[in-house]
Design a protein around this ligand. Structure first.
Ligand code: NDP
Ligand code: 2IT
Length: 444
């Protein structure tokens, strides 16, 4: 058995109840086959892959908090510090009832290669809790966030581990967490990103993941003789990534016809109205069922279905495993030319392969959604120099980073005889830097 297959088997055997983590490891390691085979003896001697798939450490803790009825609730908190070969651990905090160790580990593992691809000095980590922010009062959110940080503060720091937002964690939650960190430690440091603009946040961080997704998609289309202008775009999700992906797609001249949440999806044949979407989601924190009140000609459908709509470009921006083989078939049948992942691992392995085999340009999340963490790293830089850059400065840097990511992954795919396979390209390009940094730093 080859080294890659041995390590995949090992991961499944050692972590039997972690399907999402297995899926992420499989996708990455299978993409690395050519690089691993070219260096097999050395990597085996150094146990490089065994070290790569075992987190530096994983922290699991109790998060007790008091609800509005005066009852104590208990959630589980996690932080997986996966790899700091190239910089301090960096990655978001997910607050969603589905969160478990498998999900946090898959996200942390992906983050290693994503962060490497950005070209910036950040390692990989991820955290979260099975806390459900939906329907909670501001006071309950504060109580949860304060309790979460009362334990987590011991393990994070501006040069150690820098958390940020993810599903269920936005500016409000980061504000409460930062406040609690500061109260306990007394240290005013850039220990979180996605902070508010009045206390060290960066302009354009809110927009960065969605905008970056479109910058990368634009470069991928351009390289392949296409453009975004005039295209019809289907987006899933209705949160931070989806909203700003829709905004930039529209600015670039595309028509966005769908958004979704976990209950259903909206089809607006005239193009999604962003002001209405933002009011529903960002101001009222309401459900997408509200959208029809603003746009009577739109349709609301219960359940799944975004990928059945005819589109040229599909941007999955909700969560993992939301685009399956049957969706890939529907997209191909409807003439879709490109899929770029705003979410982390939204496309199943089978669906990804089907899209690639049918000539659909496919940009994997670790490249396509890297604009968020890139801008987080720019926020860290601004905090270190105690300065704030203008929106235009940050946005210009973000654009350049996304263009570079596209060409790095394109070039890596080409070097390993897999031209146009950006999954292979992104994994190899991300891996090379981390592997080198690990091998020259001794055994740890
Ligand atoms: P938000 O919490 O702002 O929005 C998440 C959206 O996805 C909501 O519309 C939510 O619907 C939907 N969703 C979440 N879970 C599910 C589910 N299990 N089934 C169906 N729909 C679901 O999160 P973000 O927009 O920040 O994150 C979206 C994705 O992008 C995630 O995969 C995240 O890891 C990834 N990402 C985020 C970055 C960032 O900077 N924020 C950076 C890079 C990647 P509902 O309201 O019904 O729950
Ligand atoms: O998945 C991700 O890259 C994020 N949620 C953003 C992480 C960050 O540190 O900004």
């Amino acid at each position: 058995m080859g080294y890659v297959d041995e390590v995949i088997d090992l991961v499944v055997k050692k972590n039997p109840a972690e399907p999402e983590f297995h899926q992420a490891v499989k996708e990455v390691l299978e993409s690395l086959r050519a690089v691993v085979e070219a260096n097999e003896e050395k990597y085996r001697r150094e146990a490089l892959l065994e070290r790569l798939v075992e987190p530096d450490r994983q922290i699991k803790f109790r998060v007790p908090w008091v609800d509005d009825q005066g009852k104590v609730q208990v959630n589980t908190g996690y932080r997986v510090q996966f790899n700091n070969a190239i910089g301090p651990y960096k990655g978001g905090i997910r607050l969603h009832p589905s969160v478990n160790l498998s999900i946090i580990k898959f996200l942390g593992f992906e983050q290693i290669f994503k962060n490497s691809l950005t070209g910036l000095p950040i390692g990989g980590g991820k955290g979260g809790s099975d806390f459900d922010p939906k329907g909670k009062s501001d006071r309950e959110i504060l109580a949860f966030c304060a309790s979460f940080i009362t334990e987590l503060y011991k393990y994070i720091g501006a040069d150690v581990d820098v958390p940020a937002g993810d599903i269920g964690t936005g500016a409000r939650e980061i504000g409460y967490m930062y406040g609690q960190f500061k109260k306990i430690t007394g240290s005013y440091e850039g220990v979180f990103t996605g902070k508010g603009l009045t206390y060290g946040g960066s302009l354009a961080r809110t927009e960065a993941t969605g905008y970056g997704l479109l910058y990368l998609t634009q470069e991928m289309l351009k390289y392949n003789g296409e453009e975004i202008k005039g295209k019809t775009v289907a987006i899933s999700g209705g949160g931070n990534v989806a909203i700003y992906a829709a905004e930039k797609a529209q600015q670039l001249g595309a028509k966005v016809v769908t958004v979704s949440d976990s209950n259903g999806w909206v089809y607006d044949p005239e193009g999604i109205d962003l002001a209405s979407l933002k009011e529903i989601k960002e101001v009222n924190r309401a459900r997408l069922t509200e959208y029809k009140k603003y746009r009577p000609n739109s349709e609301y459908h219960e359940g799944r279905g975004v990928w059945t709509v005819k589109c040229d470009i599909a941007l999955p921006c909700a969560t993992q495993n939301e685009l399956f083989i049957e969706d890939a078939k529907a997209l191909v049948a409807n003439g879709c030319i490109a899929v770029a992942e705003g979410a982390n691992m939204p496309t199943t392995l089978e669906a990804t392969q089907y899209l690639q085999e049918h000539g659909v340009l496919f940009a994997p999340g670790k490249a396509a959604n890297a604009g968020g963490v890139s801008t987080s790293a720019l926020e860290m830089t601004q905090n270190s120099e105690r300065l704030s850059w203008t929106f235009e400065e940050v946005d210009a840097k973000l654009q350049q980073i996304m263009v570079n990511i596209f060409h790095n992954m394109e070039n890596a795919a080409d070097r390993y005889h897999a031209k146009g396979n950006y999954v292979i390209g992104a994994n190899i390009a991300g891996f090379e830097k981390v592997a080198n940094a690990m091998m020259v730093q001794g055994i740890w």
